[in-house]
Ligand binder design. Structure first.
Ligand SMILES: [Zn+2]
Ligand SMILES: [Zn+2]
Length: 240
């Protein structure tokens, strides 16, 4: 029995989908057992540009990554792409293999993870970018299942009193060496919650330490734009 009109239409839809996903005319023709000229005509009719010089990949790494993910409840993400025999989530792009977690980490942080990236949300295999943590952060948190009730609780766990009234950061740093507090997938300088905790309000403008201990996070040693202005007024009143 010859294929029905509906069958042919479905095949053409499938061909257009594959072409848009960056597959070559030849690859689509081979996969769908279609005539190359017919596939080329479909490409022209749908306005899908031909691949320059037969470049195998039209999607960027991130676009390809996204096409292999599915959001699930609770903000998690399932990997629907390739797995290694050991269960690793991977994808290939222009001849290079990528770890799905590593790409996810890069999407969230803009930098490569230190060591390996994996989910820190307690759901193994979750590839949601905002749920990825790297080896450096796992070392600090000790167990990826540690859940802090608040940014302040996490701050307390990642700081250490110096013994002479200051407070040191023991948590992770960004690629520029600045301390980085990751709270529920959002990042901030730990000085901000440290300030808020001490003053009972969020800081305005930049938070700076007024003491001589580099990177100090003791709330009482921190200033924002408003407290700096207050000090300046007080000094002026004293004629200083
Ligand atoms: Zn997750
Ligand atoms: Zn201090």
């Amino acid at each position: 029995m010859p294929p029905s009109r509906a069958d042919l239409a479905a095949k053409r839809r499938r061909a257009r989908h594959l072409l848009r996903a960056g597959r070559s005319t030849a690859a689509v023709a081979a996969e769908l057992h279609m005539d190359r000229r017919a596939v080329r005509q479909l490409r022209i009719d749908a306005g899908i540009p031909a691949l320059p010089g037969g470049t195998p990949q039209r999607l960027t790494v991130e676009e390809k990554w996204r096409s292999h993910t599915r959001r699930t409840r609770g903000g998690h993400m399932t990997w629907t792409g390739e797995h290694t025999s050991a269960g690793g989530r991977v994808m290939r792009h222009s001849g290079t293999a990528y770890s799905a977690h590593r790409v996810a980490y890069r999407i969230q942080h803009g930098t490569d993870p230190e060591g390996h990236a994996k989910s820190g949300c307690g759901r193994p295999g979750c590839v949601a970018p905002e749920h990825q943590i790297d080896t450096a952060e796992r070392r600090v948190v000790r167990t990826p299942r540690t859940v802090y009730d608040s940014a302040e609780a996490k701050l307390a766990a990642l700081t250490r009193p110096t013994g002479d009234g200051h407070l040191d950061w023991t948590g992770p740093h960004d690629s520029g060496g600045r301390p980085l507090l990751n709270w529920r997938g959002r990042h901030c300088a730990p000085a901000r919650p440290a300030f808020a905790q001490h003053y009972g309000r969020p800081p305005e403008g930049r938070v700076t330490a007024a003491c001589d201990h580099p990177g100090c996070l003791a709330g009482a040693h921190l200033d924002d734009r408003l407290t700096r202005a207050e000090h300046a007024r007080a000094y002026a009143a004293l004629g200083l």
